[in-house]
Design a protein around this ligand. Sequence first.
Ligand SMILES: *[C@@H]1O[C@H](CO)[C@@H](O)[C@H](O)[C@H]1NC(C)=O
Ligand SMILES: *[C@@H]1O[C@H](CO)[C@@H](O)[C@H](O)[C@H]1NC(C)=O
Ligand SMILES: *[C@@H]1O[C@H](CO)[C@@H](O)[C@H](O)[C@H]1NC(C)=O
Length: 707
Amino acid sequence: MRILALISLCLLSILGALAVSPTLSSGGGGVSSLISKAEFEQMLKHRNDAACEGNGFYTYEAFIAAADAFDGFGTTGDNDTKKREIAAFFAQTSHETTGGFSTAPDGPYAWGYCCVTEQGDPPDYCVADIQQYPCTPVKKYFGRGPFQITYNYNYGPAGIAIGIDLLRLPDLVATDPIISFKTALWFWMTPQYPKPSCHDVITGRWTPSAAHLAAGLVPGYGVITNIINGGIECGRGSNPLQEDRIGFYKRYTLRTVPFPASSLLKNRQAVVQSEIPNPLPKPHRFPNKTPKKNPPQTSKLPTISFTSPSLSDAKTLFNSLINSTPADLKFHNSLLQSYAAVSSLDDATSLLRHMTKTHPAFSPDHSTYQVLLTKSCYSPDPNLTAVRKTLNLMAAEGFPPDKATTDVAVRSLCNAGRLEHAVELVKEFCLKNSPPDSVTYNFLIKHLCRTRTVSSVNGFIKEMRESFAVKPDLVSYTILIDNVCNRKNLREATRLLGLLSEDGFKPDCYVYNIVMKGYCMLSQGSEVLWVYKKMKEEGVEPDMVTYNTLIFGLSKSGRAKEARKFLGVMAEMGLSPDEVTYTSLMNGMCREGNASGALELLEEMEAKGCSPNSCTYNTLLHGLCKAKLLGKAIELYGVMKAGDVKLETGSYGTFLRTLCRNGRVAEAYEVFDYAVESKSLKDVVAYSTLESILKWLKKAKEQGLAV
Ligand SMILES: *[C@@H]1O[C@H](CO)[C@@H](O)[C@H](O)[C@H]1NC(C)=O
Ligand SMILES: *[C@@H]1O[C@H](CO)[C@@H](O)[C@H](O)[C@H]1NC(C)=O
Ligand SMILES: *[C@@H]1O[C@H](CO)[C@@H](O)[C@H](O)[C@H]1NC(C)=O
C-alpha cells in the first residue's frame, strides 16, 4: 500500500522534513562484508585504463577505510537496503567521474571513476562573500573526487566534517584517495538543505513534505539525482545525463541486489523550495551553485592577497605598501585577514605586531583582533591554547572579553565543529564577568540541540543557570521545544512548557503551534485538540497555522468530522480556510471512505473562492478510485485535464489500476498519454506503471482471479 502512503504524505506540508547530521563513527563498520574487492573491481572495471586520469587512484581499500568512518553508510536497514545504498552511491559518483561513451568497451557503464579532477580550465569556484568558509588565495575549489565536490562552501564544511582543512588544502581531494572518498561520503550523508541527504532517501528514512511532493519528489533514486543535480561532470559521456545515472545504477544493482530499478526511477526534476514558512530560523543554507559573482568593490584601495605563508615575504610586501596607503582600518584588516588565511596563527600575530610597529598611524581595534580570534578558533587545536593566547593578547592590548568577543568566539568554534570548546569558553567568559548575550547563548543552544542528547542540553542549561545566573529566554525555550518535538518527545515538550511558565514567560502562538505539530506527527488527535484548548484558556489567539495544523492533525487521526467543525470556527474568527485546510480535510474524509463527502467539500471550497491546487485534485482522484466511484473519478480527471493539472505518481497509478480493473484499458492508455504530454511523470515511470498494471491484469485473468 505504498501508493496510499504516498498520497497521505502529500499533506505533510506543515511538518517538513527532518534533517539529521551525519556522525563520524569510531570505525569498525561492516561495509567490506557487503561489497567485496572483486565486486568493486568488476563495477569500476575500466577505471585503471591507461586513458583514465584516475588510473591507479581510487582503490578498494581507500573506499572501505572512508566508508567505515561514516556511521550508517552501507550499514542501515536490511541487507538489500545496504546493498542498494552502496550501488546508488557508486552509480551517482560513477556518473560524475565517467570516462564512458556509447561505443566504449563493455559499454559506457563500465567506465566509472575514470576521472579525478574537473577537466578543461576550471575557474576557482570561490564565492568570496561566504565569510564562514574563506577561500585561500591561489587555491581553487573546482570539481575533485568521486562527487566532484566544488566551491569553497562545500570544501569548507566537508573539511570540518572529516578533520582536514580543505580550504587550505583542497588538492588533497585529488591526491589522497581516502580523503577523496570521504568528501564524497560527506556529501552523501549530509542533508543538502532544503533537500534531504542522499543517505536518508535511499534508506527510506526521508519523508517528503507537500512542497517536495508538489515538486514531484517521491522517495527514490531520482530524488538523489535531484539532490546532486548541478554537479560538475568531468566525463565525456554523451548520453542524456539522467539516463547515464540510471544506466550505472542498473548495471550495479543487477550485480548486487535484485531490485526493480523502474520503481526507483520515480521523479521529475524540479527545484524544491519550502512553501511553508518554518517558525524557526532556517539552518545554514548552502547557496545553489551559481556562477561566481564578482565581489563588490567597496574601496578604491588595492586588493592585496597573500599567497605565501612566509612571514618575511609578508613583511616585505607590507613595507612596500605603507608609503602609498593611508592608515585605513578596513584595508589593514583585510590585509591581515588575507595573510591569516595562508599563514599560521603565530605568524599572523607577528604580522599584526609588525604592522602597528612600522605604521604607527594605524591603530588596530576590536575588529582587527577578531581576525586573529577567528583564526584561532579554526586552527587545529586539541585544547583552547591558541584561543586563550589570542584572548590574552587582546586583553593586554586593551580589549578584554566583552559580548562581541564572546559572540565571535562562540560562533566560530561552533561553525568549526568545536562545540565542546565553545561550551568550555562560554563558562570561562562567565567567570570573567562576560556572560554571553541572549543571541549568542541561543546560537549555542541551537548547535547543541543538533548534536547532543536532550538530557545533555538540559544539563548545560541547568549549569548555566545555577552557576552563572544565565537564564534561557522565550527564544531559547522555543528552540528547545522545537528540538524535542522533532524528536517526538512530547513529554519533554510539556515539561519545558511548564518550565517556561515558571520562568515567567508566556508561551505564544508560535510555541503552541510547534507543540501541536509535534502531536500531529504522532497522529495524536486528542492531544492536538488539548493544545488548542490550552491556547484558548491562556488567551492566546490561534492563527492560520494553528487551524491548519489542528485540522490536519485531526484528519490524520481519523477524526475528520471534528476537523470539519473547525471550518466554522475559522469563519467566526475571520480566517478563511485555504487550500491546505481543505485538502487536509478531504484527505481525512477520503481515508475514512467518505470520498463523496470530500467531493462536496470541493464544491464548497470553490464556492468560497478558494482554488484547489494539484494536491487537492490528486487527493480526491485517489480517494474516488479507492471508494470505487469510477464515474466521479473520470469526471474529476476531465476537470484536471481541462485545467492542465498534473497527475501525481500515486494517484496516476491508482487511477490506471481502477480503469484496468473495470476493463477500460483504452482509457488507461489515454490517461498514460496525458501523463506524458502534461509532463506529470517521467515517460519511463508513466510507462513502467502502465506496463506493470497490464501485466498484472493479464496474469490475474489467466489464473481466473477476480480483479
Ligand atoms: C546479511 O549479510 C551478512 C553478510 O553478508 C550475512 O552474514 C547475514 O546473514 C545477512 N543477513 C540476512 C538476514 O540475510
Ligand atoms: C594544550 O595542548 C598543548 C599542545 O598539545 C599542550 O602543550 C598544553 O599543555 C595543553 N594545555 C592544557 C591546559 O591541557
Ligand atoms: C461524509 O461527508 C459529508 C459532508 O461533509 C457528511 O455530511 C457526511 O455525514 C459524511 N458521511 C459519513 C459517512 O461520514
